[in-house]
Design a protein around this ligand. Structure first.
Ligand SMILES: Cc1cc2nc3c(=O)[nH]c(=O)nc-3n(C[C@H](O)[C@H](O)[C@H](O)COP(=O)(O)O)c2cc1C
Length: 159
């Protein structure tokens, strides 16, 4: 894994531990209007890619298919640090992938699976065709340390 990504991951591990790694993920719509939403970052893998579980019915998946540039932002209150990760997203859907979607579906809690099912009352445990994955390959990372009087800002190009 790239050393910058590893460095950033250590901040996230320190902050969140086993709690959900909640961030904001930005996309742009067809009229170039920006929009953000909360997401749970599920994993930063050994290649330094960020993984999210998602749903075909949300706007972000359509946005990222058409315009893969994205930015993910974390605020880490205990450490007083903001982290921004810019990158390119790939949407893995029922047409392009079965293996990784199934792997992540199997890892989800029952409560999480209910969110991604098509119908609240649907008791079918199998993975719905609308369940998707987003992977983000970082291109630039920024860390702003507000615990420091000098408000240190560091920016790294990645990859
Ligand atoms: C704390 C929190 C975490 C969330 N995590 C996810 C997530 O991991 N995956 C997801 O698809 N939606 C998640 N959502 C829902 C999205 O924020 C958003 O409501 C959904 O993507 C629809 O918005 P959109 O159409 O603009 O994409 C989460 C919402 C909250 C409040």
């Amino acid at each position: 894994m790239n050393t910058t990504v590893q460095y950033i991951k250590s901040f996230l591990e320190r902050e969140f531990g086993h709690d959900p790694w909640v961030c904001m993920l930005a996309t742009t719509d067809e009229a170039a209007r920006p929009t953000v939403r909360c997401m749970v970052l599920r994993e930063i893998d050994t290649d330094g890619q960020l993984w999210f579980v998602s749903d075909r019915r949300t706007r972000k998946d359509d946005h990222l298919r058409a315009r893969p540039d994205t930015e993910v932002c974390f605020w880490l209150p205990r450490q007083q640090v903001q982290i921004r990760i810019r990158g390119r997203a790939t949407v893995m859907d029922a047409q392009t992938d079965q293996f990784f979607r199934q792997m992540w579906w199997d890892r989800l809690s029952d409560a999480n699976r209910r969110i991604f099912r098509n119908d609240e009352t649907d008791s079918d445990p199998s993975m719905p065709g609308t369940f998707e994955l987003l992977s983000v390959t970082p291109t630039e990372i920024e860390l702003q340390d507000l615990s420091d009087q000098d408000n240190v800002q560091q920016v790294w190009k990645v990859g």
